[in-house]
Design a protein around this ligand. Structure first.
Ligand SMILES: C[S@@+](CC[C@H](N)C(=O)[O-])C[C@H]1O[C@@H](n2cnc3c(N)ncnc32)[C@H](O)[C@@H]1O
Length: 324
């Protein structure tokens, strides 16, 4: 899963050992829209690749914490830090279920293929919420399931280590994030794994259940999971956020038409006024940095990509965007 994630230009100046040790399933740093001066926390930082990439983006004035529970990974990450000569980085020892930072300490929580490994994911999400400042962002790459996978795969210990067996269903991820208090939740696929990919994970893990790979076809994905901790001041939340514009990104496929129909119905059922615009030109769609169409954008913010949210879900997104 960790092949060909980072562009060559992006990793310039990062020690080779950090790049080689990379075990992620996405590039959260590239998608998190980090800004100079921000404080970032990487949950399960491993050899430190995403910490070093974030450190470049938040400089000058920003800081990045890497949190990991294993001495081996912390030693490797600190060695890599020395080689890279970066000083706006600190590696902490601890568990992501019990983050050793005070409340409201960071602007952004990132993570790359780690939350799926936790046996208490709901606690991890609550901890991420606690350490974020009001208005802070959760921007995580993770393995997510989009369908039932056979029990032989779910119970396979090698596939737990390989980040597949412990992965949450997309709907569960959303409900756990909402239960932790997050809003503006989005899960966008960055890669959907086919039966041949699953067969490859299984044989690499020395597993025998290769025959069940077909049943997992298209049900495992690497995804970018985003969410926001609400600003505490409700006036801030509503300021300038009245729902005025919905954009449907897509080149006119049937799925785009279905999404448009759901959005129209959601607006109608809520009885609100909103302009619905269809964005069909590729050069306009790519400005939103989505990886799959159809896409749904509300007041300039991408709410869904590569899937068709239900009418109920769109209603919920519109209510949150309107600050109601
Ligand atoms: C799949 S690796 C990913 C490492 C890194 N994020 C990357 O992209 O290369 C998982 C990392 O998470 C750490 N880890 C797993 N479970 C953890 C937990 N509950 N608390 C803290 N670290 C954890 C492991 O020690 C390991 O370094």
């Amino acid at each position: 899963m960790s092949h060909e994630i980072y562009a060559e230009a992006e990793t310039a100046g990062i020690p080779t050992e950090a790049i080689v040790a990379s075990l992620g399933c996405g590039n959260p740093t590239a998608l998190a829209q980090l800004k100079p001066g921000e404080t970032v926390l990487d949950l399960g930082s491993g050899g430190g690749i995403d910490v070093f990439l974030s450190a470049k983006r938040v400089a000058p004035g920003g800081k990045v914490y890497g949190l990991d529970m294993t001495n081996e990974m912390l030693a490797l990450a600190r060695e890599n830090q020395k080689k890279a000569g970066v000083d706006n980085v600190e590696f902490l020892k601890g568990e992501i279920e019990n983050i050793p930072l005070p409340d409201g300490a960071v602007d952004v929580v990132i993570s790359n293929c780690v939350i799926n490994l936790s046996v208490d994911k709901s606690r991890v999400l609550k901890e991420a919420f606690r350490v974020l400042k009001a208005g802070g962002r959760f921007a995580v790459s993770d393995v997510v399931l989009c369908g039932d996978i056979p029990a032989e795969l779910r119970n396979n210990p090698e596939l737990w280590a390989g980040c597949v067996a412990g992965a949450m269903q997309e709907s569960k991820y959303r409900s756990e994030l909402a239960a932790a208090g997050f809003v503006d939740i989005g899960i966008e696929p960055t890669r959907i794994f086919r039966a041949a990919d699953v067969r490859e994970f299984l044989s690499a893990a020395g597993a025998e259940a290769v025959a069940v790979a077909d049943q997992a076809d298209g049900k495992i994905m690497s995804a970018f999971v985003r969410a926001t901790k609400p600003a505490t001041d409700s006036a801030d939340r509503t300021k300038g956020k009245a729902v005025s514009k919905i954009q449907i990104l897509g080149t006119g496929c049937k799925r785009c038409r279905d999404l448009t129909a759901n959005a129209e119905k959601a607006v109608q059922e809520l009885g609100i006024e909103a302009e619905i615009e269809k964005v069909t030109e590729i050069q306009d769609i790519i400005k939103f940095q989505i990886l799959m169409t159809p896409g749904l954008v509300i007041n300039g913010q991408v709410k869904a990509a590569g899937r068709i949210p239900s009418i109920e879900e769109i209603k919920q997104m519109l209510v949150i965007a309107g600050g109601n």
